[in-house]
Design a protein around this ligand. Sequence first.
Ligand code: FES
Length: 199
Amino acid sequence: MENKTLNQSRRRFLTTAATVVGGFGAAAATVPFVSNMSPSAKTKAIGAPVEVDISKLEPGGRLIEKWQGKPIWILRRTNEMLQDISSLNDKLSDPQSDNSAQPDYAKNEFRALKEEFLVVIGICTHLGCSPSFVLKEDGESISSDWMGGFFCPCHGSRFDLAGRVFKGVPAPNNLVIPPYKFISDTRLLIGEDTEEVDG
Ligand code: FES
């Protein structure tokens, strides 16, 4: 029964992911026409740093941006989400992110400059599918002890709300954290590093 439910869930997420990945493919196909783009579209297409306004991002909400053709997720984590992350270490393959890719300033429990905000590349580290964001309350079909996170429908890899991979799934590493910095309390720059840890 549980398997049947999980399979149904995986099929549903697979449909979503296929749609999303198809969308990125379509976007990539527009790159040759960069000379006809607006300045902000050109910036995204050539992979320059991308500025993101996070002023309207509510706790628990997520923004999706694109940098260097990759989906960038920005999740504003609630206090409950942060507490759940802290309770998961023994279920994870690489809880300290020793074998995963992130800037030095994001090699910490929350994998972030500011623990409230996760900035992560939304591509599965197994074979490159796009995982789905699954809230805690929607996660019963993923696992009975699900605390929210990201689920890859292609082969069932699971990641927590810091992008850390669970044990026993095909993905070998945590999701990748891109370089980024805060240029104000409400604006992020994706794709450019800073040595300064703000906040
Ligand atoms: S591509 Fe994500 S589990 Fe295989």
